[in-house]
Design a protein around this ligand. Structure first.
Ligand SMILES: Nc1ncnc2c1ncn2[C@@H]1O[C@H](COP(=O)(O)OP(=O)(O)O)[C@@H](O)[C@H]1O
Ligand SMILES: [Mg+2]
Length: 390
């Protein structure tokens, strides 16, 4: 089956589309195959930036205490149209027609921990981008809204990509860690020969989100291209030490983060902590925070007392930030893991998450669960997503 995956991450930079061929081996078709029994091949992928006005609307909505209901309704339909256009353009580019779409949508709110609201403790999540519009425009069924079913099963609704990590990276002899650096950074640790239950996955903290925010604030650019600004600045160690003492970094996994943790409020405090430092030093410090929080999470929650890991496989937009990559390599050297890029495993960095949602859609279409309870904290496996028919 040919399935398209569509992803828009917390960076709200745009839309990634992956065209993927997915097959289940014949002998396991009747039963429920584990993720490593699926055959997945990426056929093509493309990337589309949101128009600047759309991006800034999304960012202000995510950070807002008072978004207008009418605008939220409009955004849902607008994104449906943009996702459909991205899909149609990608189909044309590769001359491939898909049979099914999995669209993650744009998260505008995510709160994986329960929180008291009007007398009830709830975890919540909200991805927008109307599946019915995509189905109508592209002419095939669309699976969207993957996270609520995991929350309904008692999970945090995230992370969902570990299902794909397990499929691609599980090895009988080698322990591997997959680290994605999007707006938020998250890792999946797969011990050698692991079963699904042994996989550890959680958000390590900010990925590019704080770097982007301080770059915008001091240099009026959406991100620190190739890490050039950070390379020219000085890291303020005391700020990093103080920030890493915050509860999020100490909390044991499973745990998830988003703009609610590392958005506008966090950035404001971060800049205040940097005092009168020059903008380039603030950017360098934000970059070092990402590198050190990743290494810290590894030391605290993954490497200690567990099997050996050899490969550290990175993906996401953060891999293009050369300074961040150099800082991360420095942090990881003493930990004895080898840095590798997901591209080496047939998953180009920018296509990985979109590929994951194609695979999750395929699972939903076949009524198979796709959450990993060990990653999300769910009580049981759940079939993820809602289907809009064309
Ligand atoms: N050339 C580059 N140099 C530095 N950073 C980059 C570059 N290209 C992309 N990025 C970073 O990657 C981010 C997007 O990464 P992505 O994996 O799409 O995140 P998300 O999943 O949150 O959307 C951008 O916001 C930016 O911070
Ligand atoms: Mg993105």
């Amino acid at each position: 089956m040919i399935v398209a995956g569509v992803m828009s991450g917390t960076s709200a930079d745009g839309i990634n589309v992956a065209l993927v061929r997915i097959d289940s081996p014949a002998r396991s078709r009747a039963r429920t195959p584990g993720p490593h029994q699926l055959k997945v091949k990426l056929l093509g992928h493309s990337e589309f930036s949101y128009p600047p006005a759309v991006r800034s609307f999304i960012l202000s909505t995510m950070n807002s205490d008072r978004a207008k209901v009418a605008d939220l309704a409009r955004l849902n339909f607008l994104l449906g149209e943009l996702y459909a256009n991205a899909l149609l353009a990608t189909q044309r580019k590769f001359r491939i027609k898909v049979q099914l779409v999995g669209c993650h949508g744009q998260t505008i709110y995510h709160q994986g921990e329960t929180f008291a609201f009007l007398g009830k403790k709830l975890a919540t999540t909200w991805q927008t981008g109307e599946g019915a519009i995509i189905a109508a425009r592209v002419g095939v069924p669309v699976v969207s809204d993957f996270r609520p079913a995991d929350i309904a099963a008692g999970g945090k609704g995230a992370p969902l990509v570990p299902f794909l990590d397990f499929l691609f990276y599980r090895d009988s002899r080698v322990g591997r860690i997959a680290q994605n650096i999007g707006g938020i950074a998250n890792l999946t640790a797969i011990p050698a020969g692991a079963s699904q239950k042994q996989v550890i996955a959680f958000d390590t903290g900010p990925g590019n989100m704080v770097i982007d925010a301080v770059t915008e604030r001091f240099f009026h650019q959406p991100y620190d291209r190739d890490g050039l600004i950070a390379a020219s600045g000085r890291v303020l160690d005391s700020v990093i030490v103080a920030v890493l003492r915050e509860p999020f970094f100490r909390r044991r996994p499973p745990k998830t983060a988003g703009r609610e943790e590392f958005g506008r409020e966090f950035t404001k405090e971060f800049i205040a902590r940097c005092g009168r430092a020059h903008g380039r030093d603030v950017v360098a410090t934000a970059t070092a925070l990402t590198a050190r929080s990743i290494a810290g999470a590894l030391r605290r929650f993954v490497l200690r007392g567990r099997g050996a890991y050899r490969d550290f496989i990175i993906s996401g937009g953060g891999t293009r930030n050369t300074t961040l990559m150099a800082m991360l390599a420095n942090e990881l050297r003493p930990l004895g893991v080898q840095v590798r890029f997901s591209d080496e495993f047939g998953l180009p960095s920018e296509a990985k998450e979109a590929t994951a949602f194609a695979v999750l859609a395929y699972q939903a279409w076949h009524r198979r669960p796709a959450n990993m309870p060990s990653a999300t904290g769910a009580r049981k496996p759940a079939i993820l997503g809602k289907i809009s028919y064309a």
